[in-house]
Design a protein around this ligand. Structure first.
Ligand SMILES: *[C@@H]1O[C@H](CO)[C@@H](O)[C@H](O)[C@H]1NC(C)=O
Ligand SMILES: [Zn+2]
Length: 252
């Protein structure tokens, strides 16, 4: 996205360092169970962070623990005042990846996009937050053969969580339930209602993302809608077959 949107000509070198560091670090030590689980199960992380974005706070804290090691400190030559700013900005970006804040962050950017000002710090912060969000959930922008195996991994993670929620008597979301969700149903809603609206908003500022990001999302949506039609037809055929079998038994 940096190159596609020509950010090296629009943002400072510091901002690029902030974006890339936050992107690399934003999911460090992720346990594979989401914030809702952490809070409902009252895990150590939820208790430590008082239920406030426990995971993202943890990813960020781990990032700065690593950066505090002399052999890992890529900011060793930055003066203390600049480091304070960089640290603050990286924290803001990693915390912005909490999907519970998706609506809030997208709306804040929408308010600015029509009069976007690259010299306005608040505008640029808002843009960086949206950019890291786009990259975070960009799997479906990639070609199907790259994206689909990762959807399998994602569902695997959801199923692990919902199984654990069931066994611990905690609330389970239908979209994570192995008895309810399928690959197409999991992806269609997310692509239509989260990804396309967000990338189309970024497209207002960077029209060049349409061809390489927005169109692939539309294609992916169409691909999963076709798969869903096949799934639905098979379920329907299976239902008819079962009905006929029970009718047959009654006749006898
Ligand atoms: C996290 O899991 C819960 C189920 O415990 C679900 O309701 C919620 O939507 C999930 N959050 C995200 C961001 O996927
Ligand atoms: Zn992530």
């Amino acid at each position: 996205m940096i190159h596609l949107c020509n950010l090296q000509e629009k943002l400072t070198l510091t901002d690029m360092g902030i974006l890339m560091t936050a992107a690399v670090c934003h999911d460090l030590d992720h346990p594979g169970y989401n914030n809702t689980y952490q809070i409902n199960a009252r895990t150590e992380l939820a208790v430590r962070y008082n239920d406030i974005s426990p995971l993202e706070n943890h990813h960020c804290a781990v990032a700065f623990q690593i950066l505090s090691l002399p052999e890992c400190n890529i900011f060793a030559n930055v003066d203390p005042e600049a480091f304070k700013q960089i640290r603050k900005a990286i924290i803001a970006l990693i915390l912005a990846t909490d999907m519970a804040r998706h609506g809030e962050i997208l709306e804040a950017f929408k308010q600015k996009v029509d009069n976007f000002d690259f010299t306005n710090e608040e505008h640029v912060t808002c843009l960086k937050m949206l950019l890291i969000k786009c990259c975070d959930i960009s799997n479906e922008v990639r070609p199907t053969e790259v994206a689909e195996p990762w959807v399998d991994c994602l569902l695997e993670e959801y199923f692990m969580q919902s199984d654990r929620e069931k066994s611990e008597g905690l609330p389970v979301a239908p979209f994570m339930d192995r008895d309810k969700v399928t690959k197409p149903t999991a992806q269609i809603g997310f692509i239509k209602f989260v990804l396309i609206p967000m990338f189309e908003t970024v497209m207002k500022l960077f029209p060049q993302i349409e061809e390489l990001m927005v169109q692939p999302l539309r294609d992916s949506r169409d691909h999963y809608e076709e798969l869903k039609q096949i799934d639905d037809a098979m379920t329907e055929a299976q239902k008819k077959k079962t009905e006929n079998m029970s009718l047959g038994r009654k006749k006898k």
